[in-house]
Design a protein around this ligand. Sequence first.
Ligand code: NAI
Ligand code: 13P
Length: 318
Amino acid sequence: MSVSVLGAGAFGTALAITLAERGVTLWARDPDAATAMQKTRENATRLKGIHLPEGLTVTSDLTTACAADTILMAVPMQSTAAFVTENADLLRGKKLVACSKGVDLTSLRGPTAILAEVTRAPAIITGPSFAIDIARGLPTALTLACKNPILGEELQETLSSATIRLYRSTDPVGAELGGALKNVIAIAAGAVMGAGLGESARAALITRGFAEMMRIAGPLGAIPETLMGLSGFGDLTLTCTSPTSRNYAYGFALGQGADYDPTITVEGAATARAVARLARDKDIEMPITSVVAALVEGRLDVSQGMQTLLSRPLKEEI
Ligand SMILES: NC(=O)C1=CN([C@@H]2O[C@H](COP(=O)(O)OP(=O)(O)OC[C@H]3O[C@@H](n4cnc5c(N)ncnc54)[C@H](O)[C@@H]3O)[C@@H](O)[C@H]2O)C=CC1
Ligand SMILES: O=C(CO)COP(=O)(O)O
């Protein structure tokens, strides 16, 4: 099975590094960046100081990259739909594995629904994993979800490595929702810490945020229990507690009233807005997600957001 990774950001590059032993092609859209990476054996903008092993070839030629039979899609969520439409002929019928986390703001779809336009059983790799940890060869466990159990097993074999342990699932919708929704809660957790509201408040937000994740999972077609695994609870734990997370760091900046570099990928910002719409359409209560959407859109500040959450009517925990 030949493998390519599309998208030479931090995560795409990290995944390609782990697959280099078996041979892998990494596609970067910028020809100059691709040439520099191939020559210097480093992705200096995203993973400075990490060596790109010999088995990893970088190209900006998409046709060459898409000659592989298995393709990992690591372009950010909000660019995925346009990318798939533009390159449908190259992607059609391939074994496609989504690697992004989020919900498309225009169509309100997750990555596997978008990939399903061009392939029958799209898979997803998701779970607690900072790109830098993967690139350094630190141990990581992730979920590999695919509706087709035979293809899921094949991908699990191909994409596991000495340091990445992949657990199989046949619920790609649940796996992708876990990864998408945890980023929204991570923004909230960061905001609480940035505003100095304390670790107890953060623990409450993580727990009530997880309740929201579970509440919307079933109505969106997921098996809710999937979100109790690596792709949901696991990634929620990592992202809500680490300043390495861009979503957490963005929330932290909001909490402090500080600026945040708009060129940094923060998937939870658009996803909060998309999920708030889905929740409204389906009449599902998601107060934390709604507050994060309002923070991102500048309709509330953190103290107003917290007041909104605290002033809700008292209720049973479940
Ligand atoms: N960085 C991390 O630790 C992890 C990231 N992810 C997910 O991976 C996805 C990608 O994130 P990162 O690699 O971290 O982002 P990044 O910001 O490091 O890189 C994004 C890359 O995508 C490229 N890109 C942007 N728009 C594009 C388009 N229209 N066509 C082609 N290429 C395009 C950019 O040039 C850049 O190289 C996100 O959904 C993120 O949630 C998942 C797990 C870990
Ligand atoms: O998804 C991630 C870890 O699993 C990376 O999180 P950030 O996108 O918030 O940096």
